[in-house]
Design a protein around this ligand. Structure first.
Ligand code: GLN
Length: 547
């Protein structure tokens, strides 16, 4: 039987509860345990797929095509497991299921209530992980939001009941809080933590571990105080000071003794922790001297969370090459106003990530043009591949009004058009082409060289696709279709032939990159970026000599 670790939050949100849960997963996995992680989101949307990135950050896509919270991306990257749709549950989903059942007549004669109907449905989802993955030793369940939120109550009640259902030996509660710093007196305050623990106890949950997040060093006295007033062991108060590298968190938690504490309390059969590979990775990140500069051109660039997996995938690839990563955030609408081209020029590589809707698209097309005409390495992700094709049609083929019908429904040259099976779909939630599909690589292309494989599986999230009636024209003008669906029908990867590296994928490779296993396309981009960096370095050196 699996053990369940419930992670709740207190005081404020956005203190890195998701990364903390993921890091706990890593230190347990380092002990040879099979770990799964689940996020419970209290909002009423069925999934985050219909939310603006400004509201929610990136939408992470699982192998089985669920549109999920970005924390699932952290979980996958930290525990190195593929998660699935049951790993992200929302209030919207729970209510949807219960109400559909009620309409079907499953509860005829009964009154449907939050307790027990909603809470039972939540518990069913939590326990389903172990049924689907019987080899699981530990399920980590993160409850979104903070204790005391009205909408979170059914989730808290459900995890409270699970202690009764599963027993003390199989349940464990970790509370992540925040210690505010008072500048005037120069001290950290524990009172909000005490209050949030009291709130949690009011619901009937006594935390066994308190992780105290802080922007400042936490002295032992503070930990003692928290232990005394919150009734936890002193060794179970774990200070977690903000770090500039989230991949440090497992090492910090391990050093604090949290892994051993959990193992002893849950009486888990664990090996000695082996985090050597992880430590080596951190060392490489810290020791890298030379920097690769990547311009990321998007329309949500003020909110970096909107491009979370892209950012991480770039870091994984740079780390693998012993390089530091510097991302230059370029607003695509700035390019439309003729601003920001200097940032593209100074970059070693350009990435145009995914996106929806018309705003900023022309700027992304300009970025693709700049990359092609100036031989700057370019990686296009989903929309980034589509704009690369539109640009090529307009300026290499002379099809001036080429566009995607997403942005210009009546364009004369619909280079990108709606996929056949998307026509007639009029509901928005979960109806895109989602999840993993195979892609066959075309021999002797840059993509095939990057993967060194014949067929790969990649994750998708899109409605539009490359219009096959233009394939031949494109090929003649110098664009290769280096990845196709196995039936040859869908263009999955396109690349510009006479260019150092200009590749676009209809899928999202960023979702499959892991810190210890960078994605081949990101690595190929970085290799090309390194070539550009070295060439620039050589040319500035020779300029200096001439002076
Ligand atoms: N909007 C485009 C489509 O739906 C691209 C989607 C994306 O970048 N994820 O096809």
């Amino acid at each position: 039987m699996a053990s369940y670790i419930f992670c709740t939050g207190g005081v404020v949100s956005s203190v890195g509860k998701g990364v903390t849960a993921a890091a706990i997963g890593r230190i347990l996995k380092a002990r040879g345990l099979n770990v799964m992680i689940q996020k419970l989101d209290p909002y009423l949307n069925v999934d985050p797929g219909t939310m603006s990135p400004y509201q929610h950050g990136e939408v992470f896509v699982t192998v089985d095509g669920a549109e999920t919270d970005l924390d699932l991306g952290h979980y996958e990257r930290f525990i190195d497991e593929n998660l699935d749709r049951n790993c992200n549950i929302t209030t919207g989903q729970i209510y949807h299921t219960v109400i559909m059942r009620e309409r079907r007549g499953d509860y005829l004669g009964g009154t449907i209530q939050v307790v027990p109907h909603i809470t039972n449905e939540i518990k069913r989802h939590i326990l389903a992980i172990e049924q689907q993955h019987p080899e699981t030793d530990v399920v980590i369940v993160e409850v979104g939001g903070t204790v005391g939120d009205i909408e979170g109550q059914p989730f808290f009640e459900s995890i409270r009941q699970l202690r009764h259902d599963l027993g003390r030996r199989h349940t464990f509660y970790i509370h992540v809080t925040f210690l505010p710093y008072i500048g005037a007196t120069g001290e950290l305050k524990t009172k909000p933590t005490q209050h949030s623990v009291r709130e949690l106890r009011g619901i009937g949950i006594q935390p066994q571990v308190i992780i105290a997040r802080s922007d400042h060093e936490v002295e032992e006295g503070i930990c003692k105080k928290i232990a005394l007033f919150c009734d936890v062991d002193q060794e179970a108060v774990i200070p977690l000071v903000t770090t500039d590298n989230i991949y440090n968190v497992p090492l910090i938690l391990e050093k604090s003794g949290l892994g051993d504490y959990i193992v002893s309390r849950l009486e888990l059969k664990a090996q000695k922790p082996d985090l050597r590979e992880w430590e080596r990775m951190i060392q490489r990140m810290q020791q890298a001297k030379d920097t690769l500069r990547i311009a990321l051109v998007g329309k949500y660039v003020e909110l970096h969370d909107a491009y979370m997996s892209v950012k991480e995938a770039l870091l994984h690839a740079a780390t693998h090459m012993n390089r530091r990563l510097e991302i230059t955030w370029v607003h695509s609408t700035d390019l439309e106003r003729d601003k920001g081209f200097d940032l593209l020029e100074q970059a070693d590589g350009i990435v145009v990530p995914g996106g929806f809707g018309e705003r900023g698209v022309e700027g992304k097309i300009l970025a693709a043009r700049y990359a092609r005409e100036n031989n700057i390495p370019y990686l296009g992700l989903c929309l980034g591949m589509q704009v690369m094709c539109i640009e090529f049609a307009r300026h290499a083929l002379g099809l001036e009004d080429a566009n995607s019908t997403e942005f210009e429904p009546h364009t004369e040259h619909p280079i990108i058009h709606l996929m056949n099976d998307q026509r007639g779909i009029d509901t928005m939630g979960g109806t895109m082409r989602l999840g993993v599909y195979p892609c066959r690589l075309t021999p002797n292309t840059k993509a095939a060289a990057a993967y060194a494989e014949e067929e790969v599986l990649e994750r998708h999230r899109h409605r539009w696709e490359f219009n096959n009636s233009y394939r031949e024209q494109f090929q003649q003008a110098g664009m290769d279709f280096s990845g196709l669906s196995p039936d040859g029908y869908l263009v999955e990867i396109a690349e510009v032939r006479d260019h150092p590296f200009m590749v676009g994928s209809q899928f999202h490779p960023e979702f499959q990159s892991r810190p210890n296993r960078p994605h081949p396309l990101f690595l190929a981009l970085m290799r090309a970026a390194e070539d550009r960096r070295l060439a620039r370095h050589r040319s500035t050196e020779s300029e200096v000599k001439h002076e």
